[in-house]
Design a protein around this ligand. Structure first.
Ligand code: MG
Ligand code: ZN
Length: 216
């Protein structure tokens, strides 16, 4: 039985990657840069996306978001209230977005209108890693409030992402977390090659650096 299960999973992942590839090319054809944000519930993905959207707008570019969640449209509402165009994408039961859900969301977006699409994945540090969506950058966002062991507990998501961000730096002291421990875990995990970027979506600290890391 186990072998059958593994085989099915392989097909599911292969099918996902095929659709992700099509999403990538569809967005490229329309001159769109796509950025996916993964991370736990409460890590500040939505707040970060909203802050980046403000900066993107100031550069004279236009952005749209895909708000992924199991149910509800709270994130989409927050985005729209901030002035960011957003499409809601509910998974229903699944704890991650997949390329097919993103494909359906892209069908609802006037692709000719936008320069950047930001995709917020479901709050989850585990399985989103296995399901590329077709973005140029996969970003993982963690926050100081999650403790200093996130990198040690979740190797896969950090290894499957292009950029890692540590959010809520403004309250690191208050929650008794040393950001250097997290940064060092990440540096070691990536063979000393990569740096985690620190920011506070609330105070805007570090956001400009993230803009440039994402070539925005
Ligand atoms: Mg959110
Ligand atoms: Zn999942």
């Amino acid at each position: 039985m186990h072998i059958v299960h593994v085989g099915m999973e392989f097909d599911v992942l292969r099918e996902n990657n095929k659709i992700a590839n099509a999403n990538y090319h569809l967005m490229k054809k329309n001159g769109i840069k796509a950025i996916e944000f993964m991370g736990s519930i409460g890590s500040g993905k939505t707040a970060l996306i909203i802050k980046l959207a403000e900066k993107i707008r100031k550069k004279g570019l236009s952005a749209c978001a895909i708000a992924g969640d199991v149910t509800g449209d709270d994130d989409q509402k927050r985005m729209k209230e901030s002035g960011l165009d957003a499409v809601n994408c509910n998974t229903g039961h699944e704890c991650h977005l997949d390329a097919n859900l993103v494909r359906k969301s892209l069908e609802k977006i006037d692709l000719g209108k936008y320069d950047v699409i930001m995709i917020e994945n479901v709050g989850n540090l585990v399985c989103p890693a296995d399901f590329p969506l077709g973005a140029d950058y996969r970003v993982v966002v963690i926050s100081t409030t999650e403790g200093d062991d996130m990198v040690r507990k979740h190797h896969d998501i950090f290894l499957h992402s292009d950029v890692a961000i540590l959010n809520k730096m403004d309250i690191a002291d208050a929650v008794g977390v040393d950001p250097d421990v997290i940064m060092e875990d990440y540096r070691k995990l990536t063979g000393g090659l990569k740096t985690m970027y620190a920011c506070s979506a609330r105070t805007e600290g570090g956001i400009d650096e993230i803009m440039s890391v994402l070539s925005l």
